[in-house]
Design a binder for this molecule. Structure first.
Ligand SMILES: *[C@@H]1O[C@H](CO)[C@@H](O)[C@H](O)[C@H]1NC(C)=O
Ligand SMILES: *[C@@H]1O[C@H](CO)[C@@H](O)[C@H](O)[C@H]1NC(C)=O
Ligand SMILES: *[C@@H]1O[C@H](CO)[C@@H](O)[C@H](O)[C@H]1NC(C)=O
Ligand SMILES: *[C@@H]1O[C@H](CO)[C@@H](O)[C@H](O)[C@H]1NC(C)=O
Ligand SMILES: *[C@@H]1O[C@H](CO)[C@@H](O)[C@H](O)[C@H]1NC(C)=O
Ligand SMILES: *[C@@H]1O[C@H](CO)[C@@H](O)[C@H](O)[C@H]1NC(C)=O
Ligand SMILES: *[C@@H]1O[C@H](CO)[C@@H](O)[C@H](O)[C@H]1NC(C)=O
Ligand SMILES: *[C@@H]1O[C@H](CO)[C@@H](O)[C@H](O)[C@H]1NC(C)=O
Ligand SMILES: *[C@@H]1O[C@H](CO)[C@@H](O)[C@H](O)[C@H]1NC(C)=O
Ligand SMILES: *[C@@H]1O[C@H](CO)[C@@H](O)[C@H](O)[C@H]1NC(C)=O
Ligand SMILES: *[C@@H]1O[C@H](CO)[C@@H](O)[C@H](O)[C@H]1NC(C)=O
Ligand SMILES: *[C@@H]1O[C@H](CO)[C@@H](O)[C@H](O)[C@H]1NC(C)=O
Length: 682
């Protein structure tokens, strides 16, 4: 299955069935200077002739491939597209001056194998692709505050090139490649060597960035002057830590996932406990946490078709068939109403499940178990879509945001000095060591240990060099959920003390004075939680993400900072719970139609009192939408879930759809591409 889809992605498939990663190399465009990199290359890299589908008014930008300087791999390059700060003209090309303190930002995507151009074109970049293929300017681009360069890396990702045997084998090589690239980049743009660098990225960049910084610190002299790192929804710990451990937190944030069913909650809580995922976070933290093991069940053996047991395979097939059958029945058919009636039986059917033991089918893949539960039994996810990157998004299929037609057109290629030996793709399955062998290392085939293993050492070196650390999370992300980030924070030592000494509970605000989430800062570590944002934080909360960048990354806003026995900006006890409730509304439908599903307020009230009494869990409450909203006609169904649907346009005003249309000016923006490969972080 994996092999087939990979071949479909234009990889070379040898007759033997063995997969060879693509071989690619940079293109020499007219006017390329001879010799080593120097400011002479600036005019070569300048982007001059973008196709007319891109609106005018962009600041100057520069793009192309730059080698990573790896011996024996002259064709290994990274692709960059860098924009000068909005309103500036000449900031990137400024001459070297030690007193130039103009900040600059590098943005890395995750994956592994996702292109930085994905972030540029759908998240925090100056141009934004819409689901109908049109492009608009993004007024909330991060280059409105500083020169920003989006990178495709590691080698072979997006427009970056690699010879077929040159794909990085591990994160140490990734870091060395990146520093080789930076060494060349600052020869082209010499001011960048001393200007304060803010190294930012998302998702699997939570693995890349700590490794890059580790290697940077290990060098006697540095090509750049790092000031801060900022990691969003980052894979800092193991999959068990960042994805499975948070399952109870995920369900508490969005109890709609299990239809607000208390028995089901107790079932998952027991599985969670049996798997050792119920770590107790204390402030201050006492002792380190154990290593979490993701003991897989029968189901996991399906990943490798040849080794999967036949019993498991046929179970899987039954599951897939059943799901497909359910998806075929439209909501208005008689079968659908029968389904609605039966749902409460299905969801309560816990009799066949493990009781007091770890479920043999899922093992400790409680995340997959939770997601399958929603797809099996819970409307509206049972319509076919669970977006791990944005929990309340059950739309299926999602409208695509596809930058490929633009990036791959010949005029764009020439304008960006991009390679002609390969086509751009937003994401691919990164072949560590140039082999597609996911049985090596972690679930991505990456053999390097996760950053949590060396974060304490990294933090000590960072303090010594005046480099600050920012971790941020979108509260609606389930793939790399914020509870995992909080576990990582409590489990490492920075500024001489392990973890935060007080529980994060200070609100932060956007420029209109709306609460945007929670901020907490101690000893040069900043943690920011975004209410209402999925995995791709700047896509879902562009306005707030820019305020965050200005105040907590480029700026030194002290809100949330522990100073003696006080916290700047105060602590709000209602934000001190284990989780921040998500909205009550779940979005479904597809393309041009969308609706919301909300439960009656009585269901929510009953649930809240259940959580308050039956468990020790405390509830935080930023989100005003945690109460049921009246999204039109709400007829209770057998499951207690009521639903309504309405065309996007007419619903845009009802708060419910504000989320589906979160992008500015009512432009719907949904994630595409990266959802295809579930195990890939973006
Ligand atoms: C930058 O300044 C140059 C002249 O120095 C001008 O030709 C160019 O159009 C300006 N570019 C932008 C984007 O303002
Ligand atoms: C690098 O790419 C060139 C084509 O530009 C090719 O001729 C050469 O063999 C490649 N080198 C390696 C080491 O792959
Ligand atoms: C920065 O240094 C240059 C000389 O390298 C000098 O001309 C300039 O005035 C200085 N700028 C500031 C703001 O100090
Ligand atoms: C795409 O959608 C935008 C926003 O609704 C609209 O302004 C634009 O005209 C549309 N483009 C095309 C080609 O339909
Ligand atoms: C966390 O605390 C609860 C309640 O005291 C306890 O039942 C549980 O075993 C603890 N978890 C761990 C991993 O120690
Ligand atoms: C916590 O830190 C310890 C010591 O560094 C490490 O062995 C363990 O794997 C970490 N646990 C988690 C859940 O990150
Ligand atoms: C995970 O496995 C390691 C090695 O087998 C073991 O030392 C550790 O105690 C296990 N962790 C838990 C929480 O069971
Ligand atoms: C699990 O077992 C307990 C007794 O050990 C029982 O009370 C409970 O009903 C069982 N739960 C399910 C879902 O079967
Ligand atoms: C989903 O349904 C399949 C097929 O009936 C079943 O094997 C699987 O255990 C169910 N998963 C959950 C979490 O309910
Ligand atoms: C890029 O895509 C086009 C259109 O699908 C195809 O014709 C071409 O061969 C591809 N180029 C490479 C280098 O894969
Ligand atoms: C935090 O950084 C500041 C400089 O920005 C430094 O003076 C201070 O010592 C650092 N604090 C710790 C605990 O590392
Ligand atoms: C910081 O706190 C002050 C005082 O509470 C508040 O007015 C301001 O909006 C806060 N800024 C941010 C970015 O949260």
């Amino acid at each position: 299955m994996l092999a087939r889809s990979l071949c479909a992605l234009a990889l070379v498939c040898l007759a033997s069935g063995q997969l060879v990663p693509p071989n690619s190399f940079p293109h020499v465009w007219p006017g390329q200077p001879k010799g080593d990199f120097s400011p002479e290359w600036q005019s070569y890299f300048e982007v001059k002739d973008l196709s007319p589908q891109i609106p005018t008014g962009l600041p100057r930008s520069f793009a192309g491939n730059i080698p990573v300087n790896r011996a024996g791999h002259p064709n290994n390059t990274l692709f960059f597209w860098g924009f000068e700060r909005e309103g500036a003209n000449g900031t990137l090309t400024a001459p070297a001056r030690a007193n130039n303190t103009d900040p600059w930002i590098l943005w890395l995507q995750g994956g592994p194998g996702s292109s930085g151009m994905l972030g540029l074109s759908t998240e925090n970049g100056p141009i934004h692709v819409l689901s109908n293929g049109s492009w608009v300017l993004n007024p909330f681009s991060w280059n409105s505050l500083a020169d920003t360069i989006w990178i495709d890396q590691p080698v072979g990702t997006g427009f970056s090139t690699s010879d077929a045997k040159g794909y990085v084998p591990d994160e140490d090589q990734m870091a060395e490649d990146f520093l080789g690239f930076l060494t060349n980049l600052v020869k082209v743009f010499p001011s960048l060597a001393t200007r304060p660098l803010y190294l930012a990225g998302e998702s699997y960049a939570g693995t890349y960035i700590p490794y890059i910084v580790k290697h940077l610190f290990a060098r006697p002299s540095n090509p750049v002057t790092l000031r801060k790192i900022a990691i969003g929804d980052g894979s800092l710990g193991s999959l068990a830590t960042i994805r499975d451990l948070p399952v109870i937190n995920i369900v508490e944030t969005y109890p709609a996932i299990i239809g607000y069913d208390q028995d089901v909650f107790n079932y998952f809580k027991e599985q969670h406990h049996l798997c050792g995922f119920d770590l107790n976070l204390t402030y201050p933290q006492v002792g380190t946490f154990p290593t979490l093991n993701l003991t897989s069940g029968l189901r996991a053996t399906l990943g490798t078709a040849s080794t999967g047991s036949r019993a498991a395979a046929s179970l899987k097939e039954a599951f897939v068939n059943e799901l497909a059958a359910r998806q075929r029945t439209s909501r208005s058919s008689p079968a659908a109403s029968e389904r609605l009636q039966k749902r409460s039986e299905w969801k309560r059917d816990l009799s066949g499940r493990a009781n007091g033991t770890i479920d043999p089918w899922y093992g400790c893949d409680v995340f997959d178990e939770m997601r399958d539960y929603a797809l099996n039994f819970t409307f509206p996810w049972s319509n076919g879509g669970f977006d791990v990157y944005d929990i309340p998004d059950a739309t299926h299929p999602e409208p695509p945001l596809n930058a490929a037609p633009f990036l791959n057109n010949e005029r764009t290629r020439a304008a960006l000095h991009a390679p002609t030996s390969k086509n751009w793709s937003s994401s691919f399955n990164y072949p560590f060591g140039s082999v597609y062998n996911k049985s090596i290392g972690n679930e991505h085939g990456d053999p390097s240990v996760e950053p949590v293993a060396f974060l304490s050492e990294l933090a000590a070196n960072a303090s010594a060099r005046n480099v600050s650390i920012v971790f941020y999370s979108g509260n609606d992300d389930s793939q790399v959920q914020h509870r995992g980030t909080e576990v990582v924070i409590q489990n490492f030592t920075f500024g001489g003390i392990q973890g935060f000494t007080r529980k994060p509970s200070t609100p932060w605000f956007d420029d209109d004075g709306n609460v945007a989430g929670i901020v907490h800062q101690e000893r040069n570590l900043t943690y920011v939680l975004f209410a209402g944002a999925g995995h791709l934080v700047p896509q879902w909360k562009p306005v707030q993400a820019l305020v965050f960048l200005r105040e907590f990354v480029l700026g030194e806003n002290k809100n949330g900072t522990v100073e003696g026995s006080a916290v700047v900006g105060g602590e709000d006890p209602t934000l001190a719970g284990d989780y921040l409730p998500g909205g009550a509304e779940i979005f479904y439908g597809s393309g041009t139609t969308a609706g919301t599903s909300v439960v009656p307020s009585a269901t929510i009230a009953a649930w809240n009192s259940f959580l308050a009494t039956a468990t020790a869990t405390t509830v935080a409450s930023v989100s005003a939408s945690a109460t049921a909203s009246s999204a039109g006609n709400t007829t209770p169904s057998a499951s207690g879930v009521s639903s309504s649907s309405a065309p996007t346009s007419s619903s845009a005003t009802n708060g419910a759809l504000a989320k589906a249309l979160r992008w500015s000016n009512g432009l719907a923006s949904r994630v595409a591409g990266i959802i295809v490969i579930v195990l890939s972080f973006s």
